[in-house]
Design a protein around this ligand. Structure first.
Ligand code: ADP
Ligand code: MG
Length: 389
């Protein structure tokens, strides 16, 4: 179905109220749309800036009905929205993008790997694990491996690195016996990602790939350009992301994470939404990943994804706050960042700085990738150093 163009000041709905939803609200507001956010947390970062915040669960039929009645189109910022919720909304005859089928694939690692295999797209060796028997039957070549729950994992959660079948079984039991994938632990040369948008007319626009560095399973910083990989691999990553979007008949902003192994790309995972590694587009690209999400949802022509400068994006996690007394988190010295003129500082409006929680990020803009990296990481390092009284 080709959706009709939805023009401002129509009302758009978004499922999920985290920081990705918050930027969606900003982008929609800039273009003149109104936004209703559905999220059970009354203090959710997107909910507090939306035109209306429905404080309800994702399966609350009354809230879903209100969303369906009041919105011209609905998107999601959170891949774990129940697929049944998206299907129900889609049956209400309003555009729901990305659609329930695409989200169902991206939110389940088993479905995702089956989809990639069927589409003849490159991925690493793995086995589906539904029982301890499947662990016994898995190929020896998969070890050492990583057991990952098929659903609901993020930021390295729901994962266990295991070297033996016994350890894998123990982890499987610890995860409650839920369906898992067991992936061969690969020697990663680097990790890159591509954020791409596709609209109902089938037009696609990919942002330049980033090179991503993780710490404890959480994205630490992203660099654009991805200078560790060749131009040819960067182009190939774009081509693969486009291929995935087309195969999924995807509408919206889609993120694809890649591993680089032996100078070749393997697809790690997809997310049916904008991506943390795409935050650099807010400050460094002609159109950012959230504006593309709005444009694709509304059936508008996509914006120009080209970068106007190079960038490094660094996450600011709750670990940076110090606790001199319980319940009194002390922020680090933000003047370290604010004193750098080409640095853009972002916060998501969250009160509680818990370890591992994404509180904000900064993007440093410039020309030389080596200088950008050195300046950004030195600033990050200074934030970690306790302030002198
Ligand atoms: P999520 O981002 O949902 O937490 P990922 O599957 O992307 O889960 O895993 C998080 C990180 O763990 C990856 O970005 C990568 O650094 C590492 N990792 C995951 N799978 C593998 C693997 N098969 N081999 C090596 N490293 C891996
Ligand atoms: Mg990941």
């Amino acid at each position: 179905m080709i959706s009709a163009t939805i023009l401002p000041p129509a009302t758009l709905g978004v499922l999920g109220g985290g920081q990705l939803g918050r930027y969606f609200v900003h982008a929609a507001h800039e273009l003149g749309y109104r936004v209703i956010v559905l999220d059970p947390d009354p203090d959710s970062p997107a909910g507090v800036i939306a035109d209306q915040h429905l404080v309800a669960g994702y399966e609350d039929t009354q809230a879903l009905l209100e969303l369906a009645n009041r919105c011209a189109a609905i998107t999601t910022e959170f891949e774990n929205v129940p697929a049944a919720t998206l299907s129900w909304l889609a049956q209400q005859k309003i555009p729901v993008h990305p659609g329930p089928e695409a989200v169902a694939i991206c939110q389940n690692r088993i479905e995702e790997k089956r989809f990639l295999t069927q589409s003849a797209l490159p991925l690493g060796p793995y086995a589906e694990i539904h029982s301890e028997q499947d662990i016994d039957n898995a190929a020896e070549a998969l070890f050492p491996s990583i057991l990952k729950t098929a659903r609901l994992g993020y930021d390295g959660k729901g994962q266990a690195r295991v070297t033996t079948r016994e350890a894998a079984k123990e982890a499987f039991r610890r995860f409650g016996g839920v369906a898992c994938v067991m992936e061969k632990q690969l020697a990663l040369q680097s990790e890159v990602s591509v954020v791409i948008a596709r609209n109902p007319q089938g037009e696609v626009a990919g942002f330049p790939p980033t090179q991503n560095h993780h710490c404890n399973g959480i994205l630490d910083y992203s660099m654009m350009p991805a200078s560790d990989i060749s131009e040819a691999l960067a182009t190939e990553a774009q081509r693969l992301a486009q291929n995935i979007a087309t195969h999924l008949k995807y509408i919206g902003t889609l993120s694809v994470e890649f591993f680089v192994v032996d100078n070749a790309l393997l697809i790690n995972e997809m997310a049916p939404r904008p991506h943390n590694s795409g935050h650099y587009t807010l400050d460094a690209c002609k159109t950012n990943q959230f504006e593309q999400q709005v444009r694709a949802l509304c059936g508008l022509p996509l914006g120009d994804p080209q970068a106007h400068c190079n960038a490094v994006m660094v996450n600011l996690l709750g670990d940076l706050w110090r606790y001199d007394a319980p319940d009194q988190p002390q922020p680090p010295d933000w003047s370290v960042l604010l004193s750098i003129p080409a640095l853009k500082l972002h916060f998501y409006g969250k009160d509680q700085p818990r370890p591992g929680r994404k509180m904000g990020h900064f993007t440093l803009l410039g020309a030389s990738p080596a200088e950008l990296k050195a300046t950004a990481l030195s600033a990050q390092d200074k934030l970690k150093t306790p302030r002198t009284p």
